[in-house]
Write a protein that binds this ligand. Structure first.
Ligand SMILES: NC(=O)c1ccc[n+]([C@@H]2O[C@H](COP(=O)([O-])OP(=O)(O)OC[C@H]3O[C@@H](n4cnc5c(N)ncnc54)[C@H](O)[C@@H]3O)[C@@H](O)[C@H]2O)c1
Ligand SMILES: [Zn+2]
Ligand SMILES: [Zn+2]
Length: 372
């Protein structure tokens, strides 16, 4: 069939709505009519060239939700009409990582970068003028229709609006889990969140939910800081120097128990600032990403060792998609997780590039593409 997808034809470049050919679903695949897709910063890393493209064009988007309109043959457990949240880390359910509660690190992850079928790196579901199109993270959420492997989809309760469920596909789960799963923060702690955009705002929510006594939101953009306060931040700061001073003032000079780095484009200096902000034995969770080619992290490694600090990388906030996506939506339904106020502005598929411009101008917490 023909559909329209936000394609990146060059790197650096901008996402352009482009007509593409889409194969019908094969065994183990689903044809999904997209309802909503979120403008996560990660897709912009690809557009600007921070993340290398192995092949172009790329059909972007990895934060998405929609409705199954066709199920491939011999694909048990799925039906037309099922509501799905797409999953940018495919889950096989069988590898060591999946079997030990780390589905976000599933061995299939290494194959997602090809943008081809998971079991055949030479076989693409999408094409443009006869050339293969890479499906970003295996899903291409910024498409009117997409075909995905069932291992990249999580079925959800149809009562949750898809325009809200989409948010847990990446940003919410990533920010939430960065605190609840990847840091050691607990009730009574002091938590710094560095960068309160689409991801970090959810780290603020999570820090409040676990009972942190202080949640310090650091962001150079005033609108982001104001929003963080509405999500429960107790203190705000425009720079890490100020944020760290607040953390120390609350801890007799020791520093934050945990600092979550959710800056849009991370470099080594950001990480060094975060490491400086934590107490002895504290944790920095590194969730934001930057360029693949980068210098080192300017920290004093002896002090890092003797203060026994921890620097923890985090993919999808360490969440297990098959458990955490439905669970976060259950929390939303129960009124204990805020999703509505995360959406600043909505766009059509034609406006994706504008949505990314707005994200970088600092005017959006999360921009959402809604498919009519
Ligand atoms: N690890 C993962 O699984 C994962 C998942 C999703 C997103 N990400 C990454 O997380 C990062 C955040 O994504 P997002 O969608 O929230 O982006 P965003 O652009 O919505 O938010 C980033 C925020 O960082 C702020 N910022 C910029 N410089 C700062 C600084 N020096 N100090 C403090 N704040 C600063 C910006 O003002 C903005 O509010 C990106 O790097 C993205 O690629 C990682
Ligand atoms: Zn994302
Ligand atoms: Zn696996």
């Amino acid at each position: 069939m023909k559909t329209v997808s936000a394609l990146l034809h060059s790197q650096p470049g901008r996402y352009e709505p482009t007509e593409v050919d889409l194969d019908g679903p094969r065994r183990g695949e689903l044809l999904v009519r997209m309802v909503a897709a979120g403008l996560c910063h990660t897709d912009d890393h690809v557009a600007v060239g921070d993340s290398p493209a192995f092949r172009l064009p790329i059909a972007g988007g990895h934060e998405g939700a929609g409705v199954v309109v066709e199920v491939g043959p011999d694909t048990p457990g799925w039906a037309e009409g099922d509501h799905v949240v797409l999953c940018f880390t495919a889950v096989c359910g069988e590898c060591r990582m999946c079997s030990t509660g780390q589905q976000n690190l599933c061995d299939l992850g290494g194959r997602l970068f090809t943008g081809a079928r998971l079991d055949d790196p030479t076989s693409f579901r999408m094409s443009h003028r006869g050339r293969p199109v890479v499906q970003a993270h295996g899903v291409s959420a910024l498409s009117r229709h997409t075909v995905v492997d069932v291992r990249s989809a999580v079925k959800i309760d149809p009562d949750v609006p898809l325009e809200r469920a989409v948010l847990v596909s990446c940003g919410v789960a990533t920010g939430w889990g960065s605190v609840t799963r990847m840091s050691d923060a607990r009730a009574g702690d002091v938590v710094v969140v560095m960068g309160v955009g689409g991801v970090g705002t959810n780290s603020v929510q999570a820090a409040c939910a676990i009972g942190a006594r202080a949640v310090i939101a650091v962001d150079p953009v005033e609108f982001k800081r104001e929003t963080a306060v509405r999500f429960g931040a107790t203190h705000t700061a425009a720079t890490m120097a100020e944020g760290t001073a607040i953390a120390r003032s609350l801890t007799q000079g020791q520093g934050a128990d945990a600092t979550i780095v959710t800056v849009g484009v991370v470099d080594g200096n950001h990480i060094a600032e975060a490491v400086d902000s934590i107490r002895k034995g504290g944790t920095v969770v590194l969730t934001g990403t930057g360029g693949m080619r980068q210098g080192g992290i300017p920290i004093n490694t002896t002090m890092f060792t003797v203060f026994q600090k921890r620097l923890q990388g985090a993919l999808f906030g360490g969440c297990n998609p098959r458990w955490d996506i439905p669970n976060l939506l259950a929390q939303y339904a129960a009124g204990t997780l805020e999703l509505d106020a995360l959406v600043t502005r909505t766009y059509t598929l034609d406006q994706v590039a504008q949505g990314y411009d707005d994200m970088k101008a600092g005017t959006n917490i999360r921009g959402l593409v809604l498919f009519e």
